[in-house]
Ligand binder design. Structure first.
Ligand code: PGA
Length: 247
């Protein structure tokens, strides 16, 4: 019912020419898949990525966007520019942005609204930190982040949203949540969506992210509520990423 979606978050890796090379390698490896495939290069590589992706089934995503239309916001970029570059998805509220760039639940919510208004599909990231996990408040944290990120979003827009559950302690560490653990927390997230949007919660795709790779993808994807993955490290090599896509 929910089409699987695997997205590569290339973070601050891959210059424009490296981006083109990786996309050229990836294209033939994923062309037959039934999974929706997204790559999210650095903003400065998006133009090159758009050209390299021409005629392929791979969708383009960005890693961030600002919530104003235009103006005196040095260093930021707007939704219109992403749309012109062929971008369809935008990652919002990644834990690295929350941690290093002061992204808050409030700015996440503003970005979600702007993206939806402009016709970009948000990939909204939520996830608990190690300390929160140890204190047993994972469910509370992800439920709160989810509700605050979606605050004021219309029910009709809910199906355009993808949520990525990324336990912060699992990102780039080689530690993954067990598939059962990840599924349980993702069910909490879906339940939080259901409390606001009733049955629309059934169409929202929720990804797992955090050291997901070619080895553990099949097991994670087999879980009832895991609809995809947001892949960091393992998305930087065409072969590895294609194995996740073709799990
Ligand atoms: P990772 O990153 O796969 O390298 O853990 C995932 C992410 O941060 O999106």
């Amino acid at each position: 019912m929910r089409k699987p979606i695997i997205a590569g978050n290339w973070k601050m890796n891959m210059t424009p020419s490296e981006t083109v090379k990786l996309i050229r390698e990836l294209k033939p490896l994923v062309e037959g898949t039934n999974t929706e495939v997204v790559v999210c290069p650095m903003a400065v590589s998006l133009f090159a990525a758009k050209e390299a992706l021409a005629g392929s089934n791979i969708r383009l995503g960005a890693q961030n966007v600002y919530f104003e239309d235009a103006g005196a916001y040095t260093g930021e970029w707007n939704c219109d520019s992403l749309l012109e570059l062929g971008v369809e998805y935008v990652i919002i509220g990644h834990s690295e942005r929350r941690q290093y760039f002061n992204e808050s639940d409030e700015t996440v919510n503003k970005k979600v609204h702007k993206a939806l208004q402009k016709g970009l599909k948000p990939i909204v990231c939520v996830g608990e930190q190690l300390e929160q996990k140890q204190k047993g408040v994972t469910a509370e944290v992800v439920r709160m982040q989810t509700k605050l990120a979606l605050e004021g979003v219309r029910a009709s827009d809910i199906e355009s949203i993808v949520i990525a559950y990324e336990p912060v302690w699992a990102i780039g560490t080689g530690m993954t949540a067990t598939s059962a653990e990840a599924n349980m927390t993702i069910r909490e997230i879906r339940q939080a969506v259901r409390e606001r949007y009733a049955d629309a919660a059934d169409v929202v795709r929720i990804q797992y992210g955090g050291s997901m790779n070619a080895k553990n993808a099949a097991e994670l994807m087999a879980m009832s509520d895991i609809d995809g993955g947001l892949i960091g490290g393992a998305s930087l090599k065409a072969e590895d990423f294609s194995k996740v896509v073709n799990y």
